[in-house]
Ligand binder design. Structure first.
Ligand SMILES: [Zn+2]
Ligand SMILES: [Zn+2]
Length: 167
């Protein structure tokens, strides 16, 4: 029995096709594997500054292709460093807001900056300027908004009007 030369050509081309397909898949999975490692490396670096953890996360992904990245996704730190930073900022601004809140000097009830009188104990907190009606601190002798009280006898006049307002 002799084989026609065509058989060899067919067998050779079939073999190279399978070889090509295998090579294609191998290349595809290697590329996928490498991108998983790169992704894990970038991801872990955005979540922790601990070098050991960074290496561990990346090696885990590299050593067990596919499965490693699943384990990594389960075990990775939940928050990124950017999230943590943002949360810190939020907490700080909240704290600043809380300390900024004013309270009544007599009963420590929370008051707003535009209250004239404490709603709880009726302590006078601020008074309105007789000319421009803006709220002034009780200590102020002159209205900083319209200049009322400045100039000749202004101080006395302002005091008088303040006293009149208190009555
Ligand atoms: Zn009060
Ligand atoms: Zn004024």
């Amino acid at each position: 029995m002799t084989l026609a030369p065509g058989h060899f050509v067919l067998a050779a081309s079939g073999g190279s096709l399978i070889g090509f397909v295998i090579a294609f898949f191998v290349a595809f999975f290697v590329a996928l594997w490498i991108s998983m490692i790169i992704w894990a490396w970038r991801d872990i670096r955005s979540r922790t500054q601990d070098v050991i953890l960074q290496i561990f996360g990346t090696v885990l992904t590299a050593v067990f292709p596919g499965v490693g990245i699943l384990i990594y996704l389960i075990l990775r730190p939940r928050q990124t460093l950017a999230d943590l930073y943002e949360r810190q900022l939020e907490e700080e601004s909240l704290l600043a807001e809380m300390t900024e809140r004013q309270t009544c000097p007599t009963c420590h009830y929370r008051v707003e900056s535009d209250f004239q009188v404490c709603p709880s104990c009726a302590t006078k907190l601020r008074r309105a300027c007789p000319r421009c009606d803006r709220l002034l601190e009780l200590k102020w002798n002159v209205c900083p908004y319209c200049g009322y009280g400045a100039g000749d006898g202004g101080r006395a006049g302002m005091r008088q009007s303040a006293r009149a307002a208190e009555r």
